[in-house]
Design a protein around this ligand. Sequence first.
Ligand code: EPZ
Length: 426
Amino acid sequence: MDKFKIFHCNGLKGEVAISGSKNSALPIMAAAILSSGKFELDNIPSLRDIYTMKKVLEYLGAKIEYCAETKKMLIDTTCLNKTTAPYELVKTMRASAVVLGPLLTRFGKARVSLPGGCAIGARPLNIHLKGFEDLKAKINIESGYINASIKKKLIGGTVILDFPSVGATENIMMAAALAEGKTEIINAAREPEIVDLANMLNKMGARIKNAGENKIEIIGVKKLKAVKYKVIPDRIEAGTFLTAVGLIGGRIKIKNIIMEHLPVVIEKLLEIGVKIERVSKNIIIASRAKKIKATNIKTLPFPGFATDMQAQFCAMLSVAEGVSLISETVFENRFMHISELNRLGANISIDHNTAIIKGVKELSAAQIMASDLRAGAALVLAGLAARGETELLRVYHIDRGYENIELKFSKLGAHIERIKSKSFDI
Ligand code: EPZ
């Protein structure tokens, strides 16, 4: 397992280009299952999770070529011949469960392993499965696998989600694209990644209306076709660099950012003292000269404050002037980074689902460990802010969702060294 040596940074300077969105690219790759043909995807980031989804699709019979330099991926689904996603693959990435909807609706059956536990919460798939049942699929769970089947076709209907789950909305939207008749998803997730997936599906010939709104309408079609598609930039990576400026200070140019995808994050950054100037449609300059102020935050489904930005804000607010409160309402166990931030000298306590962050003057280096992707990103930021040399273990979590994070920070004048390891850190 690789680790990072992170050196104190006085301020960031330079420019960074945001990569393609991991959470858009994953379901978009799965959408290729819906049609036989050759897809050309663009802006696919070179990340561990993307390679895992590539393996899942290859296991199902797809032929895939990916170029990490050009970010282009060719997926040929003409030889898809399996409908099972095995435990060995699904357990390494929960998001592989989004192959269930496409497999079921195209081939009439699917067998997908239950993903198992996760560092940030239990994350069951009950909302996905209820949605398929609402479309008249038969579901049973046996020996750790979800077995889903249909008579001939899924039958369109009304699906009311108990919670606007991102994965469930994606899975059901893809399944309904080839169902018979009209489906309505009520209380649908509204994240930009849902809109991106719907745009890709519509390009393939689907009839999806109102993605990005609370109620999505899908008229099933008989067939979909392979297309070319470019995924949106990663809003969470962009938010992470913005937060880095809030924490470390300096002035950076961020390219390939869609500000409208980060409404509350940007509002909060402005409120605490980060300056953001729009240079052109997708380019901004972010800077911070004075000390940041405390604020209160509650994570919520989009357009609320993204849970995927919570850990980075905890790191940033640990040195703000005053006391901040951050309530996590989306996942039940997403505070694993807090004990590590406290190892760096932060003063954060947890009361139920709320982190109480008493701003300290500065952080100081220590040995710390990443427990999940966003926790890992938060610790990179905190390590850069801390006096001294921080050692961060288990950076493989960060590699799941950030492309070359150490190189991108190097271009901003920071110094992070990756120590490649052949042995295992326990
Ligand atoms: C997506 O996960 C993202 N992953 C997550 O990003 C993100 O944190 C999350 O949405 C929320 O925005 C991908 O897009 C690949 P959910 P997903 O279903 O779809 C509960 C990152 O760091 N729930 O919206 O799994 C669930 O337990 C990752 O990039 C059920 O109870 O999230 C959670 O508490 C981490 N039953 C809440 O809903 C279900 O059937 C939201 O989950 C489904 C979900």
